[in-house]
Design a protein around this ligand. Structure first.
Ligand code: GLA
Ligand code: ZN
Length: 677
């Protein structure tokens, strides 16, 4: 495994974050102080210009780069590097005034007025032209600046627009996808309720003003929005790549499996991925291990978009300002949270933001430099400490997890499940289900990839694809071959019910050829009331089914668990089928976690998959690793507020201190110890 350097010009862990000198131009003493504090905070990177368009181009065609010139030079002089943003995430007033088409229309097709940010029309030729001009100016001006190491395209690309231009672009996208109206009508099953389209111009996006019932239209609209968002971003990438072909580009993603954009599509044409992360430590879920697990799941997803290290582009040094209750970050948690990202493949810990703004919406959001303006706050010292630790990790830059097990998560699949009327109304819990399979892996310290349908399945001994509702014939074939060639596949209730156009598979579920692979037929699915449970028995032990119980028939598969209640008492609840040289497991019900845990343990044992750490991991402690193929770096992470002692039969070296650790390793509260063999 070769190291994958995402920023070839700077092979160090980045430590820094968003910086807005444009807000402080009238305060030269502050800007000067910032550079002293930047060095003192052990930072080496700043992300510049993210919302600076009005400062960079105060009037159409009149540019002022003075603050940016100074910031680029000052940061470089302070030993830092710059990730330079294209400023499209917030437009100047003059632009909206002169070109109203850049303003978004809402889902009622009403034009919005100027305000907020992240709200431009992605289709508007005027917006694309104006971003191209400012981006070109920036690239030309800074192409040879030694501080420039990467481009940050826009910011948290999100939202959707229902303007006439977007409606037309949607129709054009559909024409390209379906070719003929006949094809579209068939795929959308539009004979239902007499919705047959006889002219492309009849097509409008789903809207509370009109169409809400054609599921495939709604799913296609989401796919289109993802495409158009990515297409806009790619138009920006082209402008900077034309001038700086060797400077890598990235865009930062909203945390929490942001639903409205397919992030796998968005990341297709960036050089590396970037993830923002704001875990609610000590939040409504007081168990930080659960909070950590959810963050880890997102990091493992971000890493697999490009199968390269990624950047933790934003995180809060302290509290955010947008939770319902904005609890202070407890001492030690910033270091733990930052190193957690690195453990899962981040080559940085970056913050939103370096200096807290003086006014407007984010004046009380955590920052490296608080309103007191000096190095005295507790969190400043915590930032210093993160920087100190990252500076000792050069040898880990570019290394990757070597996962033998993968979870599957696909945006279109989630949208199709969300849309489906049936099962239960409201949230069918796709992400929590993904988490429920991740949890047993996380707590055992198993390195895990989170992949999509287009990824190569062959590196994995085990693939777990919960609620894999949407399966095209092509994907069915790919899964079949994976199992045939020795892979172990685990799927659950709702597998392969519809194809990629949301048309139900005919001939029995699971469709797309998977009945044969699993050796079962899924006849019906029982949706339970929240207070209902059904007992399930396996190996003499009783488990509890909640939410969904499929009534399945074993047709060649071995039965691993049976229902012990309801009219389907005695019928299979979980099965395994040998197919080719592999195995296909089917879990027909949702459980409370203990059955999932038992199944995951069984798969790990069967395929000899173990943690890179040899000892037992206490509750709230986990281990994740990165490797260059020769040396494996192991992060032992303590998410509890108490000291933990781990036993090991091996001798390890502490990567930072060089100290030998044999027999036992002690982790202070919230501490991460990084070791190698
Ligand atoms: C997002 C944005 C930032 C900032 C933070 C606040 O991540 O990208 O500009 O608003 O949220 O948490
Ligand atoms: Zn639009």
């Amino acid at each position: 495994m070769e190291k994958k350097y995402i920023i070839p010009k700077f092979k160090h862990m980045l430590h820094g974050g968003d910086y807005n000198p444009d807000q402080w131009q009238a305060y030269p003493e502050v800007l000067e102080e910032d550079m002293r504090l930047f060095k003192l905070a052990n930072c080496n990177e700043m992300s510049l210009g993210i919302f600076a368009w009005a400062a960079l181009e105060p009037e159409e065609g009149k540019f002022d780069f003075s603050f940016m010139d100074k910031a680029m030079d000052d940061i470089y002089k302070a030993g830092g590097r710059v990730i330079l943003a294209t400023p499209s995430a917030a437009r100047p007033q003059w632009l909206a005034e002169k070109y109203p088409e850049v303003l978004r229309c809402n889902e009622r097709f009403e034009r919005m007025s100027f305000g907020r940010r992240h709200n431009h029309c992605y289709t508007s030729p005027a917006y694309r032209e104006k971003t191209a001009i400012i981006n070109t100016k920036l690239a030309e001006r800074y192409k040879d600046h030694p501080a420039l190491i990467a481009w940050h395209i826009s910011n948290e690309l999100s939202g959707e627009c229902y303007c006439p231009l977007c409606c037309q672009a949607f129709r054009d996208w559909l024409k390209e996808k379906y070719g003929t109206l006949d094809n579209l009508n068939h795929s959308w099953w539009s004979t239902f309720w007499a919705h047959t389209y006889t002219d492309w111009n009849q097509i409008l996006p789903p809207s509370p003003m009109g169409e809400t019932s054609v599921h495939a239209l709604r799913i296609d609209w989401r796919r289109f929005v993802s495409h158009q968002t990515a297409d806009f971003m790619e138009s920006e990438i082209a402008t900077v790549k034309a001038i700086t072909p060797d400077i890598p580009v990235t865009t930062n993603m909203i945390p929490g499996f942001y639903n409205a954009v397919d992030y796998r599509r968005l990341n297709k044409n960036v050089d590396f991925a970037s993830q923002d992360m704001y875990p609610q430590w000590k939040g409504r879920d007081p168990d930080d291990a659960n909070v950590a697990m959810y963050a880890a799941l997102q990091y493992d997803t971000a890493r697999c978009f490009k199968h390269k290290p990624f950047l933790l582009m934003e995180s809060a040094p302290g509290l955010v300002n947008w939770f319902q209750y904005n609890k202070l970050m407890r001492p030690g948690v910033l270091e733990q949270a930052s190193l957690q990202a690195v453990a899962h493949g981040a080559d940085s810990a970056q913050y939103f933001q370096f200096r807290k703004s003086r006014g407007s919406a984010e004046k009380f959001h955590g920052a490296v430099v608080d309103h007191v303006g000096d190095e005295t706050p507790r969190l400043f010292r915590e930032v210093q400490q993160v920087g100190k630790r990252l500076a000792a990790l050069d040898e880990i830059v570019g290394t990757m997890a070597d996962a033998k097990i993968a979870l599957v998560h696909d945006w279109s699949n989630k949208w199709a499940i969300d849309e489906a009327q049936g099962f239960q109304k409201g949230d069918k819990r796709v992400i929590p289900t993904l988490e429920s399979f991740y949890k047993p892996l996380w707590k055992r310290g198993i390195d895990t990839d989170v992949i999509g349908f287009e990824d190569d399945f062959s590196p994995y001994s085990v693939i777990i694809a919960p609620m894999l509702y949407t399966v095209s014939e092509e994907l069915g074939e790919k899964l079949k071959n994976y199992v045939k060639n020795g892979g172990t596949l685990l799927c659950t209730y709702m597998t392969a019910m519809v194809d990629e156009n949301d048309l139900c598979h005919l001939g029995g579920f699971p469709g797309a050829g998977l009945k044969e692979v699993f050796g079962i037929w899924n006849e019906e699915i029982d949706t339970l009331y929240p207070e209902d449970t059904v007992p399930v028995t396996a190996d003499g032990k009783t488990y509890t089914a909640v939410d969904y119980c499929e009534v399945i028939h074993a047709r060649g598969a071995e039965v691993l668990a049976t229902y012990d209640g309801e009219f389907y008492k005695g019928m299979p609840a979980a099965t395994v089928n040998s197919y080719g040289s592999g195995k296909a497991y089917y879990l027909a019900f949702r459980d409370k976690g203990d059955f999932t845990d038992m199944m995951v343990e069984r798969l790990l044992a069967e395929k000899n998959i173990a943690s890179a750490f040899d000892g037992a991991l206490p509750q709230g402690v986990t281990a994740h690793s990165r490797t260059d193929g020769d040396t494996t770096y192991l992060f032992l992470e303590n998410f509890t507020a108490s000291e933990q002692t781990l036993s090991t039969a091996l001798c390890w070296t502490d990567v930072e201190s060089g100290e030998k650790l044999c027999g036992t390793i002690t982790l202070a509260p919230h501490k991460t110890v990084i070791i190698k063999k």
